[in-house]
Design a protein around this ligand. Structure first.
Ligand SMILES: Cc1cc2nc3c(=O)[nH]c(=O)nc-3n(C[C@H](O)[C@H](O)[C@H](O)COP(=O)(O)O)c2cc1C
Length: 198
């Protein structure tokens, strides 16, 4: 069975470049017939309240359900002042082991200029401990994002090469998703003694 993928667009801005990238990658997953379904969760159009909300467990039920049904993730992190943006860090306070545990994730950095790497280093360092999200040993950096992944043919040679590389990374993500599905079934991930990572 082909894996189901959730793409998290991490910007809190409406109509963000991160959401554009998420839609493009979801479209490629579908065009290449790599997935069962590919769904975008856009933190700009469906924002989470700053944690803690009064009723934390019942916030965002549809998105929580989608995440639980997903086999893999694409996490799109815009670079804001050299950091992962706050909406994405807040997301990891809501989405935990049940939503993300032992699921492969492709990190994607987004920058208007030539940045984009710092937020991925930040996510790899700090967002996996309790959620046990399994970042791939591969990532995409979408620099000069306003010129990349727009409708129509590639804008330039960089856009063309990045589109090819994105297809390759998505294929890799789906192979990991198929492989880790079996692993998840073998791990007692919800053992209350080890609910949090060290
Ligand atoms: C508050 C803020 C800070 C930003 N800081 C950086 C930065 O440090 N490095 C960078 O390459 N781009 C920076 N940008 C530009 C973003 O990379 C750009 O807005 C890009 O479109 C991705 O953000 P978006 O998904 O919210 O559109 C910043 C944007 C905002 C709104």
């Amino acid at each position: 069975m082909s894996p189901n993928i959730v793409l998290v667009a991490g910007s809190s801005q409406l109509d963000s470049q991160s959401a554009k990238v998420a839609r493009y990658l979801a479209g490629r997953l579908e065009s290449l017939a790599l997935c069962g379904w590919a769904q975008v969760i856009d933190l700009g159009t469906t924002p989470l309240p700053l944690w803690p909300a009064p009723d934390t467990e019942n916030v965002w039920p549809e998105q929580r359900e989608l995440l639980r049904e997903a086999d893999a993730l694409v996490v799109i992190a815009p670079e804001w002042h050299g950091m992962a943006c706050p909406a994405l860090k807040n997301f990891f306070l809501y989405a935990g082991l049940r939503e993300l545990g032992h699921k492969p994730a492709l990190p994607v950095g987004v920058s208007a200029g030539l940045g984009g790497a710092y937020p991925l280093a930040e996510l790899r360092a700090s967002s996996y401990k309790n959620s046990r999200i399994a970042y791939l040993p591969e990532q995409l950096l979408i620099r000069r994002v306003e010129c990349m992944f727009n409708d129509g043919p590639p804008h330039d040679e960089d856009d063309r090469r990045l589109r090819e590389r994105a297809d390759w990374a998505l294929r890799m993500l789906c192979r990991y998703a198929e492989a880790l599905r079996g692993v998840r079934g073998l791990i007692d991930a919800l053992d209350p003694d080890y609910a949090n990572g060290m």
